[in-house]
Design a binder for this molecule. Structure first.
Ligand code: G3I
Length: 357
């Protein structure tokens, strides 16, 4: 075979491979977009007097038209999943990267969606210069105050609520979680950060947001005592978030009672990060159990006076954090990898339609 023919065949093979790869990318990027039901979740939620939202994954928001279409159709609030975290915004000290957060806020505001900012102070996803820095109390307070004012100030009037303090309660309920913040600032930083946040945007609602404090437990008791103490000192606390990262163990005992005791303090409560992780290889029974858990959470929120809404932490298994961080678990969301509804979607919608009954 002549050299010329060999080159032609090789070029053809490469062209076919590129075309195939391109087709896969296009197909991948075009998942979803078809309506999941006659009436979207946000309409059922609005009818029931709450809102329903999702965390938005910034690459999916950028690259997948179907993801954008489904998100806008089903949800009325949006929380940037990672784009507003300190390690994303300022990986290098003083070098701010706003594009992901700006894109999420723009997407939401263009669709009249409420934006929940997430998050100002957290022990996780800190840039190395901060997390590994050798700080005096005064220096770290200055850095934290500047960050709080800069981030909340940038979105003043566009972000309606902030998870200002994320997961600061110790898991055993004994005081605050040991972190850079407690090591350097001590245990009395919460009120100051909330006051700095209020100065940066007087109209934004300021939340604490806790993980694994969903039922009645030593941790949720400590969370409750912290919020009471902050309110007693006059700190600007507008709401308490309950992340509700569940699995097939189900909704913890006292979930509704726990929401209600915070609501009875006169602050708003929200389920802020709902997902229900399934063990790999889950079948119809596990999907049905998952559906029941989503529905139970919806009913609990609808029965608590100041429960303002429910945010799911991702709405499709294709972009859920669970697979990447919890080996052996996944399929935690309302829609499957093709953005088609799972039993959980239908049960969640039905519970919203039924109200808190
Ligand atoms: O951005 C980098 C990318 O450059 C790199 O190539 C890639 C692989 O290493 O990692 C990417 O960073 C990942 C980041 O998500 C953005 O995708 C981190 O490794 C990964 O750990 C991080 O996971 C996030 C997790 O918080 C971190 O703890 C999840 O997406 C996010 O859903 C999850 O969300 C938290 C809430 O903010 C607070 N409540 C708990 C919840 C679950 O942990």
């Amino acid at each position: 075979m002549t050299r010329r023919r060999l080159v032609t065949i090789a070029l053809l093979a490469v062209a076919l491979l590129v075309a195939f790869a391109f087709a896969v990318v296009i197909r991948e990027a075009n998942v979803g977009g078809e309506p999941n039901a006659e009436v979207p979740l946000k309409a059922h939620a609005r009818e029931a007097g709450i809102d329903v939202g999702t965390a938005a994954e910034q690459n999916a928001l950028r690259d997948y038209p179907g993801y954008r279409t489904e998100l806008a159709r089903e949800f009325s609030t949006l929380t940037p999943e990672n784009a507003m975290k300190w390690d994303t915004l300022e990986a290098e000290r003083g070098e701010l990267r706003w594009e992901g957060a700006d894109a999420a806020v723009r997407f939401a505001r263009d669709r009249d969606m409420l934006v929940r900012g997430h998050t100002i102070l957290w022990h996780n996803q800190l840039p190395r210069w901060l997390g590994e820095g050798d700080w005096t109390r005064a220096e770290l307070r200055r850095v934290l105050r500047a960050h709080t004012r800069r981030v909340i100030g940038r979105y003043r009037g566009r972000v309606a609520e902030w998870d200002v303090l994320n997961e600061i309660v110790a898991d055993d309920g004994k005081g605050l979680r040991e972190s850079l913040w407690t090591r350097v600032l001590g245990d009395d930083f919460a009120g100051d950060v909330l006051r700095w946040a209020r100065e940066a945007d007087p109209d934004a609602k300021l939340y604490l947001n806790e993980i694994a404090a969903d039922g009645i437990s030593p941790k949720s008791d400590a969370y409750f005592a912290l919020v009471q103490a902050l309110l007693a000192e006059g700190a600007p606390v507008d709401g308490a978030g309950f992340q509700a990262h569940f699995n097939l163990d189900g909704v913890p005992d006292g979930f509704e009672e726990n929401l209600r005791r915070f609501s009875d303090l006169g602050i708003d409560v929200r389920i802020t990060e709902l997902d229900v992780a399934l063990p790999d290889g889950a079948g119809d029974d596990e999907l049905a159990q998952q559906a029941d858990i989503y529905a139970e959470v919806a009913r609990a929120c609808l029965r608590v006076e100041r429960c303002r809404g429910i945010t799911v932490w991702g709405f499709t298994d294709r972009f859920s954090w669970i697979e990447a961080t919890q080996p052996g678990f996944g399929a935690a969301t309302l829609l499957d990898r093709d953005l088609d509804p799972k039993p959980a979607y239908d049960a969640f919608a039905q519970a919203l339609r039924d109200g808190g009954g």
